[in-house]
Design a protein around this ligand. Structure first.
Ligand SMILES: Nc1ncnc2c1ncn2[C@@H]1O[C@H](COP(=O)(O)OP(=O)(O)OP(=O)(O)O)[C@@H](O)[C@H]1O
Ligand SMILES: [Mg+2]
Length: 370
């Protein structure tokens, strides 16, 4: 994506988001991005920008909730000299700074009604005025917006204009909370671990089986940001070569009773991911030993690692990958069997694109919903 921050994910729900990003990037329309805190709204907006024809222009974020009301208008639209006390010279706003690029309005639900009108005018007519200015100005900027408040409730309370909502939200991307992304928790935990291990120069290769269970069981209210911070902290704290539950130091939560059942496929994917991460950690990425333990052929194992975006974590595997030796058929006992039992469908081949999704996919097949 050019920002150094790649979007990680292989679950069907995040693949659907990747697909929307790709389709929406090619239009000039605004996109409304919603989701709980830390789910990746800003990263998604950057991805849309990076995949659009505006990628050579600037991506200009502005947090509508963090700037005092009195300053926000001039921050956004700029001001003319003498527009208010202290306006000693003319200044361009973020909107003009985004000319040829993308303006990202973060926390758009916090925009005051007067500014909502001005934004609506810009979206409808492409014109705006600087504070203290008379002239209607034009600028070629695409608007993306994000919010983690429910705009429909804000509309009911007369805090948000319904016409602006319809303008902004024709194209809408909702980012699912991390707890609903199945196997992505562990995939991200591995990716963040690898990054932190490099940054802090520690030779940590994985998680203890108990740490995997803890990662899986936690509800992640702070979503991806919380996971990334926890893993970084754990890497700093860890004394061994594997991260333990102690290093993760996750708060103890009341056990939640699941409100709905997982589909068999989703459960299968989650368990496979869990076993793969445990095996990578236990065997330090040794493909042969992992395959022996999981009772699958090395080629099946490698195919699954790729499908889940985990092949990066078994660097020694590549030369073994397309070995022409016939794989011996084994009796299938574990979940990673060569899928001859017919009890569960093969999830990875059906649902995942042929390229691994540990980075934002450049071209993926449409996700098959589960
Ligand atoms: N799919 C992802 N892959 C990798 N990193 C991610 C992903 N989603 C989010 N992150 C990381 O998680 C952190 C939070 O992401 P981001 O700031 O985009 O979330 P947000 O939804 O805008 O949060 P907030 O509502 O608090 O503003 C960032 O460090 C981001 O790089
Ligand atoms: Mg944000």
């Amino acid at each position: 994506m050019g920002t150094g921050d790649e979007m990680v994910g292989a679950s069907p729900s995040i693949c659907a988001v990747f697909d929307l990003v790709r389709k929406m990037a090619n239009t000039e329309m605004p996109v409304l991005i919603t989701g709980e805190t830390g789910t990746g709204k800003e990263l998604t907006a950057r991805a849309i920008h990076e995949q659009s024809s505006r990628k050579h222009g600037s991506f200009v974020p502005i947090n509508c909730g963090a700037i005092p009301e009195t300053l926000l208008e001039s921050e956004l639209f700029g001001h003319e000299r003498g527009a208010f006390t202290g306006a000693v010279q003319q200044k361009k706003g973020k909107l003009e700074a985004a000319a040829g690029g993308t303006l990202f309005l973060d926390e758009v639900g916090d925009l005051l009604p007067t500014l909502q009108v001005k934004l609506l005018r810009f979206l409808q007519e492409g014109t705006f005025q600087r504070v203290g200015g008379q002239e209607a100005r034009h600028v070629d900027a695409r608007v993306l917006a994000a919010t983690n408040v429910d705009l429909k409730t804000a509309i009911e309370k007369n805090l948000f204009r319904v016409d602006l909502y319809y303008r902004l939200g024709v194209l809408h991307i909702h980012l699912p909370p991390l707890r609903d992304r199945g196997e992505d928790i562990l995939l991200m935990a591995m990716v963040f671990l690898k990054q932190a291990a490099v940054t802090y120069r520690k030779s940590i290769r994985g998680y203890t089986p108990q740490a995997v269970d803890v990662l899986r069981a936690y509800s992640w209210p702070g979503n991806v940001r919380e996971l990334s911070n926890r893993v970084r902290r754990a890497v700093i704290m860890a004394e061994g070569t594997e991260i333990t539950p102690y290093d993760l130091d996750l708060p103890v939560e009341k056990v939640q009773v699941a409100e709905s059942l997982d589909s068999l496929r989703a459960a299968h994917r989650r368990i496979e991911m869990e076993l793969l991460v445990k095996a990578i950690s236990l065997h330090r990425g040794n493909l042969t030993r992992m395959a022996r333990d999981l009772e699958v052929s090395r080629s099946t194992l490698y195919r699954k690692l790729r499908a889940y975006g985990l092949e990066k974590f078994v660097p020694a595997a590549t030369p073994l990958l397309f070995s022409s030796r016939p794989e011996s058929k084994k009796s299938a006992k574990l979940s990673l069997q060569d899928n001859q039992s017919g009890i569960l469908p093969e999830p990875t081949v059906v649902n995942l694109p042929s390229e691994p999704l540990h980075q934002f996919p450049q071209s993926v097949e449409p996700p098959v919903s589960l």
